[in-house]
Ligand binder design. Structure first.
Ligand code: AMP
Ligand code: FE
Ligand code: FE
Ligand code: ZN
Length: 282
């Protein structure tokens, strides 16, 4: 069984439609894939309708959150009820603020001399929850940077960078609680991704475990071997499952779908704990 529990589509900052991500997942030999767009379930229906034979879909989302030390992080929620009102409202608030914040980042870029426009960023984002990768793509098109990751620097969009603007984020403990209250399961995405900025403390992870966190995403491109070993230790200490995932974004990142995978036992533990929406099999 090949299981990839973290992918993005055009519903957020991936470059492939939800249907294309499903096709691509099966072609890559996956048996299970989770669609986890940022702060939205907008890709779920299209993905479900396009599910190829032999592929199981885990409906999910990756929630923008902030921990008690003020560190931004991503919380994966799996198999939650999308209509549970409190959590649905929270995702909507984050998405709405993403628009304000992306506009502000475009304004900063223009002030800094980059010839990009908000209209173009809106075209690039389409129906997707707008984010820095869409602004980054506009910077690439304008010839300001060579590629998307070239825009994630202190000169431009990296956390704390010249053109970076904060967005509204849910407290991480609230994100965990809301995911659980909606019948879902919470897994902390790339908790040790140091290249993205400061990472959360072990104490903070302990607090999230207390709040109902079920797992840590350990095998991820942004984690080196030492970080993986450290996270496995924490998972054992706090009785959390560990997962591995590609965090596929289509052509906006170089990582291939299925690059990292999750053990069947961890996947089963996640699926067993969830009761918001079922796994989907064609
Ligand atoms: P946002 O959610 O708008 O703050 O943007 C964060 C997103 O930017 C992440 O989900 C990644 O998809 C992308 N990202 C973050 N760091 C990098 C990087 N160094 N290179 C390319 N994409 C990145
Ligand atoms: Fe992303
Ligand atoms: Fe993430
Ligand atoms: Zn992601």
């Amino acid at each position: 069984m090949r299981i990839d529990l973290h992918t993005h589509s055009t519903a957020s900052d991936g470059t492939e439609s939800p249907a294309a991500v499903m096709r691509h997942a099966r072609e890559a030999g996956l048996d299970v894939v989770a669609l986890t767009d940022h702060d939205t379930t907008g890709g779920w229906d299209e993905a479900a309708a396009a599910l190829p034979d032999g592929l199981t879909l885990v409906r999910g989302a990756e929630i923008s959150a902030i921990d008690g030390d003020g560190i931004s992080l991503h919380m994966l929620g799996y198999l939650f009820d999308p209509d549970e009102p409190e959590f649905a409202r929270a995702r909507e608030l984050v998405r709405t603020d993403r628009v304000r914040r992306a506009r502000a980042m475009v304004d900063r870029c223009v002030e800094l001399g980059a010839p990009i426009t908000w209209e173009r960023v809106v075209e690039i984002a389409g129906d997707g929850a707008v984010g820095r990768p869409h602004v980054a793509t506009a910077l690439v098109e304008a010839g300001v940077v060579a590629d998307v990751s070239g825009a994630f620097t202190p000169e431009w969009l990296k956390d704390g960078g010249r053109a970076f603007v904060d967005k509204y984020e849910i407290s991480a403990a609230d994100a965990v609680r809301m995911i659980r209250a909606a019948g879902g399961v919470a897994v902390f995405a790339h908790p040790g991704a140091t290249k993205r900025g400061r990472t959360v403390s072990d104490a903070s992870i302990a607090g999230l475990a207390e709040a109902g966190l079920s797992g840590l995403e350990v095998d991820h491109l942004d984690h080196d071997d030492a970080m993986r070993a450290h996270l496995r230790g924490l998972a054992a200490e706090f009785d959390l499952v560990t997962t591995g995932s590609s965090d596929y974004h289509g052509s906006r990142k170089t990582v291939e779908i299925g690059r990292f995978t999750t053990d069947p036992e961890a996947f089963e533990a996640i699926a067993d704990r969830a009761h918001g929406v079922p796994l989907l099999r064609p």
